[in-house]
Design a protein around this ligand. Structure first.
Ligand code: CP3
Length: 358
């Protein structure tokens, strides 16, 4: 631990957590509904854009001081109830030597994609202390900086979403090459998914060890799969990650885009919280998710771009559908869009807090 770092407060039974976010996920009666936003750090904030003029994205992710600054920017602006580590889903993959890079305006690209049994050897196991020390240092510094009422969420990409980038070599709409590999060479697919699951589990355990108080597994593109394909080719690997975190006693959030037909399976994979995108009304989502699993979401990010009126109306719709349940975490249905007005996001936080305060 860094000199001066405070010990992390334990995750206590409902009613005993300083954090409304942790309390809501422990069956407590939080003072108001917790709020945070996926991609709350980033290009919507002028202070992020200013910092990015001086440092490129990879530099921010690999320098703990810059990571801490960018993680804290939305905390100062929005009054959200949780911080999320500033990093990327490709970071641990880069760290084991696969040269996947983020191309601004495009996303992750890999010139020499992973498509054969020989390629699998390029995905060696992750050793967090040696491979991602900058991530763990940033988390320790953040735990020291953040008050106990704003816990830090760690995260990773789920095996399917990572595999889609590694096999395709670039972002695609339908993931046809990755899904072809899944169908035509299930043994290679299983080997790839197994290696990715190992890497992700080790990465998430290290983040919790450094002080993250919750984790989110982003299976952003799982919504491109049918329920049968998800159940057969993806769920076992995501389940191994989520069950491999059980002993750490931190809430596990499981999220993907366009996963309306997969919500029950994503809960069954071992989530404590299922994140829902904006396509499924929250009361409908609730019927697909077991009663003992919490929910997160789900305002359409474009409603924020539309302005204060549409954003607050969309929030009220979500709140109405959540009703009296106290285990909902308010969020957007996907990440904050760069063209969002930060003032609207700040108003959204105030509005949800005021509307749900007791
Ligand atoms: O949420 C946060 O504030 C934490 C930071 C975070 C980033 N990426 C920062 C980032 C998180 C949680 C991610 C996860 C991530 N990365 C996902 C899963 C979440 C999701 O959106 O579904 C995915 C699919 C990626 C892959 C990725 N990285 C994409 C598609 C892009 C965007 C490319 C672009 O320029 O539009 C990135 C880059 C990236 N990651 C940016 C940020 C703030 C933009 C980088 C910049 O130009 O400054």
């Amino acid at each position: 631990m860094l000199a001066g770092a405070r010990p992390v407060a334990p995750f206590r039974p409902g009613g005993q957590n300083v954090s409304v976010f942790l309390d809501a996920l422990r069956g407590g009666e939080p003072a108001h509904m917790p709020v945070w936003f996926m991609r709350q750090a980033g290009r919507a904030l002028a202070e992020y854009r200013a910092l990015r003029e001086r440092h490129d994205f990879e530099e921010v992710v690999h320098d703990p001081e810059l990571t801490v600054e960018v993680t804290l920017q939305p905390i100062r602006r929005y009054g959200v109830d949780a911080a999320i580590l500033f990093s990327d889903i490709v970071t641990p993959v880069q760290a084991v030597g696969v040269p996947i890079m983020i191309r601004p305006g495009v996303g992750p690209v890999l010139d020499d994609p992973i498509r054969s049994a020989d390629d699998l050897a390029r995905l060696r196991p992750l050793e967090p202390d040696e491979d991602v020390p900058y991530v763990l240092d940033a988390i320790r510094m953040l735990v020291d900086e953040l008050d106990d009422d704003v816990p830090l969420i760690g995260f990773a990409g789920a095996p399917f979403t990572l595999a889609s980038y590694l096999v395709e070599g670039r972002p695609t709409r339908n993931h046809a090459v990755a899904k072809s590999l899944m169908r035509t060479d299930p043994v290679l697919w299983d080997g790839l998914m197994t290696r990715l699951a190992d890497l992700v589990l080790v990465h998430l355990r290290a983040q919790v060890g450094a002080g993250a108080r919750a984790v989110q597994l982003f299976d952003s593109w799982a919504g491109s799969l049918s329920p049968d394909d998800y159940r057969r080719h993806v769920l076992p690997h995501s389940r191994r990650i989520l069950s491999g975190l059980a002993d750490l006693d931190v809430p596990r959030i499981h999220f993907g885009v366009g996963t309306g037909e997969l919500l029950g399976l994503m809960a069954a994979a071992g989530a404590d919280v299922v994140g829902v995108d904006w396509r499924v009304p929250m009361d409908v989502a609730r019927e697909r998710i077991p009663a003992d699993v919490a929910t997160q979401g789900n305002v359409d990010p474009t409603a924020v771009v539309a302005g204060r009126g549409p954003a607050l109306a969309a929030a009220d719709d979500v709140l109405g559908r959540v009703g009296t349940r106290t285990d909902h975490v308010f969020n957007l249905g996907h990440g904050v869009l760069p063209s969002s007005d930060p003032g609207v996001l700040a108003d959204l936080v105030d509005h949800v807090h005021a509307a749900t305060g007791r």
